[in-house]
Design a protein around this ligand. Structure first.
Ligand code: NAD
Length: 493
């Protein structure tokens, strides 16, 4: 099937350029990076590689747009209409955006389409918030001297939105519309592995009528472009999605002007299957919870705890469900799992599985890269794993599951919580009381029951422990982009 790359990369993106102050601009030093289709291991285009001077231009544009009130000067209702219009444009361009996302990330185009549908919902949800940003009022003071006080919610200012490659538009959908609803202006820095759809959003924002300079996009490597944005003194906040080590670097780099930082970081999420779980329903859902998007999802259920009495059946069942998933090029019919995003990611997965084998893990399915062009690795299930193994402790960000039997639920919860991460989790049981008891005990920002990874934009998501700072989605996600000001006036009688 043709993906259309024979002609031009896309009508939505100007190759090798950034989107700053409402127009495409070339890198000052002309530097670019190749864009690779990981499904075929071929170069399909290029993006600009922003130097600190390019980042400076983008930040200056966002700063001007904020300080001149181009965005905050509009009423909440007007901003709401414009954010909604942007959501309409994303929806109208879903085919082209899905094609770009699938080419860039390696995911099936059907999945990319669904993810863009999710992003549209996120823009619409926050469009609805733009005219509902207000504080509270209170009368204060002793009887003899009264004060009337109220709080105002104000946008934090210029925000840098740095995102990962695994789900570019969903990741952006958790940040940009909330920032816009709050009244912020933004500089977007997508991952160098998958920047195309984020670039397109810059252009679509202007087409939607959002004033120039409100949404700017720079691309480039993290250690140069991302670092320049993080350190920039005219940026008021960084909202980051990515790995724990880079999150820590960002937190340190932000100290120059003490800009606010929110961090959506990695995970090693447990799925805990109690003895009374409905296995017929659970097994395929556990496989999806782990292997969807090749496990390249921050919330992937990578540690499977199963009651002794059913452990073998569940491990074999999930392995079988993984084997049945059709792997292939994202534009081929019926494909459920595409390529990993890059050779680097493929090598990483391979080296983790090798380390697992060396430490004594047994591979009951998958366990070897697929031959041929592109970076394909099959769903892999490891048994005989222990909590101290690297494959169980560290985030692999690939299709590798470790299965651990347990005899007591308390032990399972204790081991599940014994991790530096705390992003997501799930518990599986026919007894809602048992499930809710475990839900209360798990130290994670999200617990799902009888499914892994469910939740809409209405509910916040974020990490306990080293999985992050702050929350995205829901009213909490909006609040991150707001400052609160108190105004108090003396009353004369
Ligand atoms: P990464 O940390 O390597 O990169 C993320 C982003 O940070 C990229 O845009 C990158 O260019 C940039 N970056 C890298 N070094 C930087 C620096 N020194 N200063 C500023 N920016 C820098 O992560 P990744 O490989 O793109 O994504 C995978 C990671 O993201 C996994 O750990 C995954 O769990 C996490 N993730 C978390 C969530 C969440 O919501 N919690 C969602 C998706 C992915």
């Amino acid at each position: 099937m043709s993906d259309g790359t024979e002609t031009a990369l896309s009508s939505l993106v100007q190759e090798g350029s950034f989107f700053i102050d409402g127009e495409w601009v070339a890198p000052l030093d002309g530097a670019t990076l190749d864009v690779e289709d990981p499904g075929r291991a071929v170069t399909i285009g290029r993006i600009g590689a922003a130097s600190p001077a390019d980042v400076d231009r983008a930040v200056a544009a966002a700063r001007r747009a904020f300080d001149e009130g181009r965005w905050t000067g509009l009423s909440g209702q007007d901003r709401s209409v414009l954010i909604w219009r942007l959501s309409d444009l994303i929806e109208q361009n879903v085919e082209e955006l899905a094609r770009l996302e699938a080419l860039d990330v390696g995911m099936p185009v059907t999945q990319a389409r669904a993810m863009i549908g999710e992003a549209v919902k996120m823009f619409r949800y926050y469009a609805g918030w733009a005219d509902k940003v207000y504080g509270e009022s209170v009368e204060i003071g002793p009887s003899a001297m009264r004060f009337q006080g109220f709080s105002r919610k104000e946008p934090i200012g210029v925000v840098g939105l740095i995102t990962s490659w695994n789900a570019p538009l969903v990741g952006l959908g958790m940040k940009l519309p909330a920032a816009l609803a709050a009244g912020c202006t933004a500089v977007l820095k997508p991952s160098e592995e998958a920047s195309l759809t984020t670039l397109a959003i810059g252009r679509l924002a202007v087409e939607a009528g959002i004033p120039a300079g409100v949404v700017n996009v720079v691309t480039g490597v993290g250690t140069v472009t991302g670092a320049a944005l993080t350190e920039h003194p005219a940026v008021d906040m960084i909202s980051f999605t990515g790995s724990v080590p880079v999150g820590k670097t960002i937190a340190r780099a932000a100290t120059g002007n003490l800009k606010k930082v929110t961090l959506e970081l990695g995970g090693k999420s447990p799925m805990i299957v109690l003895a009374d779980a409905d296995l017929e329903a659970a097994i395929p859902a556990l496989a999806v919870g782990m292997f969807w998007n090749n496990g390249q999802i921050c919330t992937a259920g990578t540690r499977l705890f199963v009651h002794d009495s059913i452990a073998e059946d569940v491990a074999q069942g999930v392995a079988e469900a993984g084997r049945a998933m059709k792997i292939g090029y994202g534009f081929d019919e019926g494909v459920e799992l595409g390529a990993l995003v890059s050779k680097r990611q493929l090598d990483r997965v391979e080296s983790y599985v090798a380390a697992g084998r060396e430490e004594g893990a047994r591979v009951i399915s998958g366990g070897a890269r697929l031959e041929g062009d592109g970076y394909y690795y099959p769903p892999t299930v490891l048994t005989d794993v222990t909590p101290d193994m690297r494959v169980v402790k560290e985030e692999i960000f690939g299709p590798v599951l470790g299965v651990m039997p347990f005899s007591s639920v308390d032990d399972a919860v204790r081991v599940a919580n014994d991790t530096e991460f705390g992003l997501a989790s799930s518990v599986w049981s026919r007894d809602i009381n048992n499930a809710l008891t475990v839900a209360r005990q798990l130290r994670a920002g999200r617990v799902n029951i009888n499914i892994h990874r469910a939740g809409g934009v209405q509910l916040p998501i974020g990490g306990y422990k080293q999985s992050g700072w702050g929350r995205e989605c829901g009213p909490e996600g909006l609040e991150e982009y707001l400052e609160t000001k108190s105004v108090v006036t003396r009353m004369w009688n």
